[in-house]
Design a binder for this molecule. Structure first.
Ligand SMILES: NC(=O)c1ccc[n+]([C@@H]2O[C@H](COP(=O)([O-])OP(=O)(O)OC[C@H]3O[C@@H](n4cnc5c(N)ncnc54)[C@H](O)[C@@H]3O)[C@@H](O)[C@H]2O)c1
Length: 258
C-alpha cells in the first residue's frame, strides 16, 4: 500500500473529486480526515469503514478563518499528526463577464482561492514544526487556460491557486514541505451537472449537448472521472512524488496542453 498509515486531511471530501480522493487515500492505507461543510463528509467516512479503511469526518468550512485552526488542531490530536493536506473544496457559478455579480466574484474567490490560503497557512505552520509534509491543491484546467466560456471569476480563482501553489512551494521547500496542484478538465461530478445546466441555458442547448462539447474538446474522447483525478492525488500524497514541488499537473485527457 502506497500510503500506509499516512495521515491525510482533505477538504470538500463529501462529493465528487474530494470523495473519490478520500476513498482512494483510504484504499491505499492512509488514515483520512474527511472534512466538508456540516455533516457532508459523514457518508464517505461510513463507506470507507465499510470497505475496511480508516477515516473520520469533520465539519470544516474553508472560508471560516477563525474556526480552521481549532479543527486542524483537533484533527492532529485525534489522528496523531498530519502528513498530507489536500485543499480540494471548491464551487463555481456561471455567467457572461458583463453580467457577473459581485457575489459571483466573492463566492468563487473566497472558497476557491482564499480557502486554500486559509487552510494552508495553518497546516504549513504545523508541518514546519513537524519537519515536513505535503500540500496538494485541486486547481483546474481553468487555472491555466483563461478562454473558458462563462467562468471568468472561476478562472481568476483557479489562476490564484496555481500561483499560490508555486509561491508556497518556493517558501516552504526549505522546511521539507512540498506543494503541488492538480488541474482536472471536464470531470463528471455534481459541480459539472450544475455547469452543464447553466451552460445549456446560456448557449440555448441541452445539458447533454453541452457535455458533447466537453467530450469533443477532450482528445482522449471521454469525460473525466473523479477517479482519474484521485489516482494522481494518491501519487502526489505518496513518497513517489518526493522530488516534485510547485507543479500544477494537468489531468484532463489532453483538453489543455499547457
Ligand atoms: N468537476 C470538474 O469538472 C472540475 C474540474 C476542475 C477542477 N474542479 C475542482 O475540483 C474541486 C472539487 O469539485 P467537484 O467537481 O468535486 O465539485 P462538488 O460540488 O462535487 O464537490 C465540492 C465539495 O466542496 C464542498 N464545499 C463547498 N464549499 C465549501 C466550503 N466553503 N468549505 C468546505 N467545503 C466546501 C462541497 O460541500 C462539496 O462537497 C473543486 O475545487 C473544483 O473547482 C472540478
Amino acid at each position: 500500500m502506497r500510503l500506509q498509515d499516512r495521515i491525510i486531511g482533505i477538504t470538500g471530501a463529501g462529493s465528487g473529486i474530494g470523495r473519490a480522493c478520500a476513498l482512494a487515500y483510504a484504499a491505499e492505507g492512509a488514515v483520512v480526515a474527511a472534512t466538508d461543510l456540516s455533516d457532508r463528509a459523514d457518508a464517505v467516512v461510513r463507506l470507507i469503514a465499510d470497505r475496511g479503511g480508516r477515516a473520520r469526518a469533520w465539519s470544516l468550512d474553508v472560508t471560516d478563518r477563525a474556526a480552521i485552526p481549532g479543527v486542524i488542531d483537533a484533527i492532529r490530536t485525534v489522528m496523531g499528526g498530519l502528513d498530507v493536506w489536500h485543499n480540494n473544496a471548491g464551487v463555481s457559478t456561471m455567467g457572461r463577464f458583463v453580467e457577473l455579480t459581485e457575489r459571483d466574484w466573492d463566492v468563487n474567490m473566497d472558497i476557491n482561492a482564499k480557502g486554500v490560503f486559509n487552510c494552508s497557512q495553518v497546516v504549513a505552520r504545523h508541518m514546519i514544526a513537524a519537519g515536513g509534509g505535503k500540500i496538494i491543491n485541486t486547481a483546474s484546467m481553468a487555472g491555466k487556460k483563461g478562454d473558458v466560456a462563462f467562468l471568468p471569476h472561476y478562472v481568476a480563482s483557479k489562476f490564484a491557486v496555481v500561483g499560490l501553489t508555486q509561491a508556497m512551494a518556493a517558501e516552504l521547500a526549505p522546511s521539507g514541505i512540498t506543494v503541488n496542484a492538480i488541474c482536472p478538465g471536464y470531470v463528471v461530478t455534481p459541480m459539472q451537472d450544475n455547469e452543464a445546466g447553466w451552460e445549456a441555458e446560456l448557449r440555448g442547448m441541452t445539458p447533454d449537448e453541452v457535455r458533447r462539447l466537453y467530450v469533443d474538446d477532450t482528445p482522449l474522447g471521454r469525460l473525466e472521472t473523479a477517479e482519474d483525478v484521485a489516482k494522481v492525488a494518491v501519487f502526489l500524497a505518496s513518497s513517489d512524488s518526493d522530488f516534485i514541488t510547485g507543479a500544477s499537473i494537468d489531468v484532463n485527457g489532453g483538453a489543455w496542453m499547457g
